[in-house]
Ligand binder design. Sequence first.
Ligand code: WTA
Length: 658
Amino acid sequence: MSQSAHAQDLHRFPPPQSLVRSAHVSGRAAYDRLVAEAEADYEGYWARLAREFVQWKTPFTRILDSDDAPFYKWFEDGTLNVSFNCLDRHVAAGLGDKVAIIFEADDGTVTRTTYAQLLAQTCRMANVLKSLGVRKGDRVVIYMPMSVEGVVAMQACARIGAVHSVVFGGFSAHSLRDRIADTGAVVVVTADEQVRGGRSLPLKALVDEALALGGCGAVRNVIVYRRTGGTIAWQPRDLWMHEAAAAQPDICEPEWVGAEHPLFLLYTSGSTGKPKGVQHSSGGYLVQAAVTTKWTFDLHDGDVFWCTADIGWITGHTYITYGPLAIGATEVVFEGVPTYPDAGRFWQMIERHKVSVFYTAPTAIRSLIKAAEANAAVHPDRYDLTSLRLLGSVGEPINPAAWEWYHKHIGGGRCPIVDTWWQTETGGQMITPLPGATTLVPGSCTLPFPGIMAAIVDETGGDLPNGHSGILVIKRPWPGMIRTIWGDDARYRSSYYPADLRGCYLAGDGAARDADTGYFTIGGRIDDVLNVSGHRMGTMEIESALVSCTDLVAEAAVVGRPDDTTGEAICAFVVLKRARPTDDEAAQLAAELRSWVGKEIGPIAKPKDIRFADNLPKTRSGKIMRRLLRSVARGEAVTQDISTLENPAILQQLSQAH
Ligand code: WTA
């Protein structure tokens, strides 16, 4: 055996025998059979899963309709209700007393909600929405902390066929306003405050601010969940959730909707300044959410599942609100942050709730590695993590060093790690190991979920053989896929189905496939989207926020640079309307601009580096040379050809960090 082959073997992790025996997809041969089934009869395969995982009110007779591609339709003539599938059917099956959600508050208080209770709460909330005149197809914006009530608000919308759009609680009033206005929401659901890391932060006040900014004329009511009881301003349109819910019956007949009825809109960043309202379906989405939850996390009776994502992101939608409940699982929902009261919080919660399957983001792992190395008291080795049997990772590439630490210190060397690649637009996991079937290689998300036709192509959509890197595409439509961008069919088509890719879905990531195994390794975005702590941020969005500071900023360019903890860091190059600042002024101005961006978009968008210059490097035709800025941001020597640069002298200025 050659040395490198031997080294590779050390970093291959076959599925543990115990898991192979009991897994839903048991052994590589079982995976291969599913892949072959999907290849032989693509529609038949998905139809089988759709019948197995979803209870339909009216069964579908049509599977995939491609007549109006890329506006694909799945199971179109079937009808269903998503909340019925997540709640009623488990209660009807005798699981009413099973715990659906173990909620742990920021201060450590724990509440348990059974399926029967969750159903009753959802029905009450659905009745509240109905009493306010919310009808099927109306949009409801949810701006909530991590809470049972947040999940209930989403399920209640699903119950009456209203379309929810959850806005992450870290977004500013401006971002919230843009989303409320774009959706044309009639109701906003929020909380008085949210509690994170021992601090109360306003939510309701930001809703008031957002609505005062204008453009949200369709909003009739704001429903407020009382989380802290802190003082808030009260408007005639406001009502307390607990008061309104108490007045409603705990039964609400589900609204049966067609499979293509939109379940939710979720805004995500793209290559332009304006976030896209990704529209998801009811039937196809639920099928993919349910089957991936069951197979990727290999959930069985008795498992306690914990996905640490926020319901404001797609991971929280699919692997908190919908997938786990659709299959009747027990899950942990956590209000707080991983570092409060100390950086042992995750490990302490795993021990306390006997979590068996744990799903988190590489950024959290990397920051907890640092914390554990700095302070032995919060090292995971000090906690009893023996309840764990499976780990997961999502949102960004996990570097092999972090993978190995996660495997060794959290998984005790016995738990497989499912590194799941997917996107807001894909609805559910797309490329991922199945824990009882796939041999793991750190840093690789391995192979497509059975029935997902992922491939790597060149710029013209031509297939590239294994051993090459290129553009990651999905060759055939899949049930959980985005249906359109809300109100912008043309943008949907041009963003995801560009003409030169021969009908393939363009994911926006680069990837490579291993020559021998065909395993995928994701290389990161190939467009102007950054991934900061697993959060997607468009560079153009941050640039427009900076230039909207019209008193100060003349021009701005934003690029990413690698960062040890957050994956990528935001680096902004700014030309001021006044003379370039001295070093002292620069620090002050940078702080001002950071807080400006925080107010415009949200704290997650604040640039880590801000550098001032008299000008930006441009070609003679006026195009900003971003590749060059990326080198400068990384502190690399500029190797690009700068002969077309209008003003080479500014390179010197740009290299000076503040
Ligand atoms: C990145 C999050 C590498 C990727 C579910 C993708 C990943 C973007 C992985 C989507 C992974 C997600 N390995 N990169 N396992 N998972 N990504 O829409 O760049 O917030 O396009 O969805 O995150 O981010 P989004």
